[in-house]
Design a protein around this ligand. Structure first.
Ligand SMILES: [Zn+2]
Ligand SMILES: [Zn+2]
Ligand SMILES: [Zn+2]
Length: 371
C-alpha cells in the first residue's frame, strides 16, 4: 500500500485522504464530551425507542450507547428497564449498577432460560449489575449448576469477573477493579506526571536482546492515585517485543522505592530466543510519548469504549475475554490496574497491554491481547 497522504492533525502517513483513526476517535470523543444535556437526552430517547438495534450492533444506537456509557456515564434506569422488557442482554454493560427491579427481572429470566447462550449473557449482565443479590444468584448457580452450565466453559464466579469482581465458595466477594478511572492525556513537553508510560531500562531481554522497558511507572502517593492504595511507586517492567509471545503473562515484583525484580519468563513456543522487531526509532517513539495523567477522573468505562485511550483504573477494553491473572505467590486473582494501547506508543502496533497487580504481594502482571 502506498502512503500518499498524511493525517492533517498528527502527520501520520496514510493510504487515504482524511484523519488517521486515532485522530478521528479523539475528535469523536471531543464532540461527545461537548454534548449539551438536550443532545444526551435525544440519544437516550433514541436508544429507548430502538433498543433492539443495540443488541444487533446497529448504528447509530450501538455507537451512541458506548458514547453515552463511556464518555458521559449516561445510561439511565429507563434505558435499562426498556432493555430488560425487550430481552436485550447484550452488551452486558447496559446493566451497570441497574436498579433492584431490573436486577430482579434479570434473575427471573436466568431462572427460566434453558438456552446456554442467553444464560451466559445473563450471567454477564448480573455481574455488571453487581450488587449482593446478583452475587447470591451467581453463587447459587455455582453451587447448584443448571443443565445449560455444561455447555459453558467457565463457571459463574468467572462470569462475575466481567463485572470487575468475583466470589469464593463461601460467597465472599473480592473486588477486582477500581471504581475510579483516570485517562492518560497528551501533556506538554517536560510536563511532570505521577504516571509515565515507557521508560527505557539499562537491562536487555534474555529472549530477543532488545531493551527492557518500564511500561508503566506510577506514583501511588499522588492525590489522584490514592484510590489504588499503594504506599509508593509501582513499576511494571517487560520486554515490549516479547510480552505478546510469552507462555502466560510477564511478571515482576516492585518495591515502593521504585525497585523492580523481573521474574524469569518462557516463550510460548518453548524456545528461548526471539527476533527483536523493535527498531531504535521505535524505542525513541515509545519513551518520548507525550502521555501524562489526566487532571480529573472520567467515567469508569471511558477506556472500554474506544481503542485509542490509555487508562488507569475503571474497566478495560478487552480485545478477547476479560482475564484476571492469578498471583503467582498467593494464588488470589490480581486486580486490574491499567491498559496501554500499543498503537498509541508504537506506530502501527496492534493490540493492548493489560496491567494487573496483587496489592498484598506487590507483584504486577502484564498480558497482551489482539484481534
Ligand atoms: Zn492523526
Ligand atoms: Zn524480548
Ligand atoms: Zn499475591
Amino acid at each position: 500500500m502506498s502512503l500518499k497522504y498524511t493525517c492533517p492533525i498528527c502527520g501520520t502517513p496514510l493510504g487515504y485522504e482524511g484523519l488517521c483513526w486515532k485522530c478521528k476517535s479523539e475528535q469523536e470523543r471531543k464532540a461527545v464530551l461537548s454534548w449539551a444535556s438536550e443532545q444526551i437526552k435525544e440519544k437516550q430517547d433514541g436508544l429507548i425507542r430502538n433498543i433492539q438495534r443495540l443488541a444487533d450492533m446497529e448504528d447509530p444506537e450501538f455507537t451512541d450507547f458506548w458514547h453515552l456509557l463511556g464518555y458521559r456515564d449516561a445510561i439511565t434506569p429507563e434505558i435499562q428497564r426498556e432493555a430488560l422488557a425487550e430481552k436485550v442482554f447484550y452488551p452486558c454493560e447496559l446493566y451497570y449498577h441497574a436498579p433492584g427491579d431490573v436486577r430482579d427481572g434479570l434473575i427471573a429470566t436466568i431462572r427460566e432460560t434453558k438456552d446456554p447462550g442467553e444464560a451466559g449473557n445473563l450471567m454477564m449482565c448480573l455481574a455488571i449489575q453487581g450488587d449482593d443479590r446478583a452475587l447470591e444468584t451467581l453463587l447459587e448457580l455455582e453451587q447448584n449448576p443448571r443443565p445449560w452450565q455444561r455447555k459453558l466453559y467457565v463457571g459463574p464466579s468467572v462470569y462475575a469477573q466481567c463485572g470487575g469482581w468475583t466470589f469464593d465458595k463461601e460467597g465472599r466477594r473480592t473486588q477486582l477493579n477500581f471504581d475510579t478511572c483516570y485517562p492518560m492525556v497528551k501533556g506538554t513537553p517536560g510536563e511532570e506526571s505521577p504516571v509515565r508510560i515507557g521508560r527505557l531500562r539499562e537491562d536487555t531481554c534474555p529472549h530477543c536482546g532488545g531493551w527492557m522497558v518500564d511500561m508503566l511507572v506510577l506514583d501511588g502517593q499522588d492525590e489522584r492515585l490514592k484510590f489504588l492504595g499503594l504506599d509508593g511507586i509501582m513499576t511494571a517492567t517487560c520486554c515490549p517485543n516479547c510480552v505478546g509471545f510469552l507462555k502466560g503473562p510477564a511478571f515482576n515484583r516492585f518495591t515502593p522505592d521504585g525497585g523492580v525484580e523481573v521474574f524469569p519468563s518462557e516463550l510460548f513456543d518453548g524456545g528461548d530466543k526471539m527476533k527483536c522487531y523493535i527498531q531504535p526509532e521505535d524505542y525513541q517513539k515509545l519513551t518520548g510519548n507525550p502521555f501524562v495523567l489526566g487532571k480529573t477522573d472520567v467515567p469508569l468505562f471511558y477506556g472500554a469504549a474506544c481503542e485509542d485511550v490509555n487508562t488507569v483504573g475503571g474497566f478495560a477494553n478487552w480485545v478477547q475475554d476479560w482475564e484476571y491473572v492469578t498471583c503467582p505467590r498467593c494464588r488470589k486473582p490480581m486486580k486490574y490496574l491499567a491498559q496501554i494501547q500499543w498503537d498509541t506508543v508504537f506506530d502501527g502496533a496492534e493490540g493492548t497491554l493489560y496491567i494487573e497487580f496483587c496489592p498484598d504481594c506487590h507483584i504486577v502482571s502484564m498480558q497482551h491481547q489482539q484481534t
